[in-house]
Each structure stands twice: as structure tokens, then as C-alpha cells.
Ligand binder design. Structure first.
Ligand code: MN3
Length: 382
């Protein structure tokens, strides 16, 4: 079990739940990093007494320095601060739960420093999977998945002979708030409609990604890197109740599922206590109360983000960085009510078709450039 955490994205949904797990298990926190919610970050500093904290937004970092000047904590800022928190000497686990592409460089810093990572920043693997997995294996760094589906697969794989015995990964998807809707019905949906998720309480970006099914697309790519499987071996099934968090199928067609009440504190805690199991505050699963579990084929036509992600994974190289950047920019515009919901999927496809990817070598430089181009492409479309 890990003893000293660095928590990046500590004021977000996963970050606050990570600190909740740490609090209950009595695990220390030596570093924190947040974007700009310095009121909550200050409360976290006062409670967990980390040695350092990083504020991504430089404009508010100075305000935090003043408000915690009675504390023995160093306040850093910007991407350097985030990377510093990601490689902080005393940490034995870096919990990377920042949202979006901004999580890539801290992940690489953690790997360079030889730190194990509890990863919930899926964009890290979507944009930079090739680079991240190569570096992690050369440094002997373990990446523990925190995303509920990937934690489920990881849990199912415990005791498995090898990944070679896997014949399929079956990722479950809740279907989000727009399950069963037609394209016509999605024409005029609002930000508020998209943010109304049936089963999970999450941040705005990932909730919109769930509504568009881009989240599942990103998770297919994430699964491909984490478990070394090609895109055709990763299936998606809609499972409205979110009780089965994902499944694996072995070559003998035996299927293993991981189940539980939908609560992120289970996957977060498992990444921290692995390979141990500890009591958690999560409610026990009562299958009698759930009654029945249902499954459906995803609607690939109405939710083109899902097929875009599979296509990008098949194309390889920088394609996944492009669709991720295009999606982040499109979601940002949608959340600001500057574009209709359906444009998100269209732009993601267009960006993949139209942006020339050069020689496709997946270096950090090339990933950042592909990301920049994809965002600029989307912004030029309104
Ligand atoms: Mn997930």
C-alpha cells in the first residue's frame, strides 16, 4: 500500500475523492496541485499539510502564497509547478486527476522521476499513449488505472495467466443522458441537458464527453494502451445501470466482470492500496435491489465520436491526439454555448480527416503540435 501521495487536480471531482480516500486510510499527502480554485486548495493545504502545492493559473498563485504564509508550504505555479508536484521526491504515488491534455507533461515528469502513477487523466494516454507507455516501461513505472472501466479490467485481470490469454475487453457505457435519442432530438439540446448524467457525478468536461459518447471513445483508446490490445479486441456495450464496470473475455470464452455500486472511491482506493483490499465507505451492492441488468448495442450513427475514436486508434500515430484536441476545443465552445451539441462529433471527424499529420513520429513536440492544430481547426469553424 502506498504511503505518501501527490495529488494533481486535487480540487476536482476525482481529486477530492482521492483526498477522501487518503483521509479515511490515514495516508499522507506531500504535494497538491490545482488549476485555480485556491479557496478549496487552501483548505486542503490546512488539512493535509503538504510540503508543496502548485497552482496552474499563475494569476492566482500569488494570492494563495499570501493566504497560506503562516504554513510551511512552498507554492509553485504554471506547468513547471505541476511537473514539480508530479515528480515530488517524497511521493510514492502520483495521482494524476487533472482534466484534459494538460495532464500529459506531468505524467511524463512522474515517469522520468520513476514514480508510480494512479492515472485518471485519460487524455494522457489518448494523446500520448505510444510515448507514455514506452517511457513507463523503460523506467519500470507502474500505471494503475483509476477510470472505473479500466480499474474493472485491471481487477478482472488479477490472477490471469497473461494478457495473451485475453480475447476481448468489453467496456460498459451508461449511454449518458442522451441514450435512445435520435439525431433530430439532439439538434437543440442545451448545456444543462448534457450535464444531467444519470449515474455518475463528474466534472463538466467529462460529463459532456459522456453525453456525446466521446468519453467511451477515449476509454477505448485508453484501454488499448493500458492492456496492449488492438482496437478490434475492444468492444463497447451500453449498460444503463452502471453496475458492471467492465468485463474481460478469455480465449476459452469465459467472461469475468467487475461489479459494484457506481462510486469512484473503489477504483481510486484500489489504485492506492493495490494489491491489498481495505474497507471503504462505499455502499454494498444489493443485486436484489438492482433487480435487472440491461445491455444494448451503442448507436454508432447518432454518436459519431465513438466511431471517430475507434478510427483514430486504427489509424494510429498522432490521429488520437488530433481527435482529443478537437474534442476539447469543441466541448469548450459547447459549454460556452457558442456551438450546438451535434457539431462536436462533426468537428472531431473533420479534424481527423483534414489535418495533415506529417511523419507521424509520436514525440512530445509532435503531440503538442497536433493538439494545437486540432484546437485551432475547431475554433476556426465558428
Ligand atoms: Mn470511465
Amino acid at each position: 500500500m502506498k504511503q505518501n501521495l501527490s495529488v494533481l487536480g486535487s480540487t476536482g471531482s476525482i481529486g477530492t475523492q482521492t483526498l477522501d480516500v487518503a483521509r479515511r486510510l490515514g495516508i499522507s499527502v506531500c504535494a497538491l496541485a490545482a488549476n485555480r480554485n485556491i479557496e478549496l486548495l487552501e483548505r486542503q493545504i490546512r488539512e493535509f499539510k503538504p510540503r508543496m502545492a502548485a497552482v496552474f493559473d499563475r494569476e492566482v498563485a500569488q494570492r494563495l502564497r499570501i493566504s497560506v504564509k503562516d504554513m510551511d508550504v512552498e507554492i509553485l505555479e504554471g506547468m513547471e509547478g505541476l511537473c514539480e508536484a508530479a515528480s515530488f521526491e517524497e511521493a510514492d504515488l502520483i495521482c494524476n486527476s487533472v482534466v484534459g491534455m494538460v495532464g500529459l507533461q506531468p505524467t511524463l515528469s512522474a515517469i522520468q522521476a520513476g514514480k508510480d502513477i494512479a492515472l485518471s487523466n485519460k487524455e494522457t494516454l489518448v494523446a500520448g499513449g505510444a510515448l507514455v507507455m514506452k517511457e513507463a516501461s523503460s523506467k519500470g513505472v507502474s500505471i494503475f488505472p483509476v477510470d472505473s472501466e479500466h480499474s474493472a479490467v485491471f481487477q478482472c485481470l488479477q490472477g490471469s495467466p497473461s494478457e495473451k490469454a485475453l480475447s476481448r475487453i468489453i467496456l460498459t457505457a451508461s449511454g449518458g443522458p442522451f441514450f435512445g435519442k435520435s439525431k433530430g432530438e439532439l439538434e437543440h439540446v442545451t448545456v444543462r441537458d448534457a450535464l444531467n448524467h444519470p449515474n455518475w457525478d463528474m466534472g463538466a468536461k467529462i460529463t459532456v464527453d459522456s453525453a456525446s459518447m466521446m468519453n467511451k471513445g477515449l476509454e477505448v483508446i485508453e484501454a488499448s494502451w493500458l492492456f496492449h490490445q488492438p482496437q478490434e479486441k475492444i468492444d463497447v456495450v451500453i449498460h444503463r445501470e452502471s453496475i458492471i464496470h467492465s468485463m474481460i473475455e478469455y480465449t476459452d470464452n469465459s467472461v469475468i466482470a467487475q461489479m459494484g455500486v457506481p462510486d469512484m472511491r473503489i477504483p481510486i482506493q484500489y489504485a492506492i492500496t493495490y494489491p491489498e483490499r481495505m474497507p471503504s465507505p462505499v455502499k454494498r451492492l444489493s443485486l436484489k435491489d438492482v433487480g435487472k441488468l440491461t445491455f444494448y448495442e451503442p448507436d454508432w450513427e447518432t454518436f459519431p465520436c465513438l466511431s471517430a475514436a475507434k478510427e483514430a486508434l486504427a489509424r494510429g500515430g498522432l490521429s488520437t491526439a488530433v481527435i482529443n484536441g478537437a474534442n476539447e476545443a469543441a466541448v469548450e465552445l459547447f459549454l460556452k454555448e457558442k456551438t450546438p451539441f451535434l457539431r462536436i462529433g462533426e468537428w472531431v471527424w473533420e479534424a481527423m480527416e483534414k489535418i495533415p499529420l506529417g511523419d507521424n513520429a509520436v514525440t512530445l513536440q509532435a503531440i503538442l503540435e497536433a493538439d494545437r492544430e486540432a484546437r485551432a481547426f475547431v475554433r476556426s469553424r465558428i
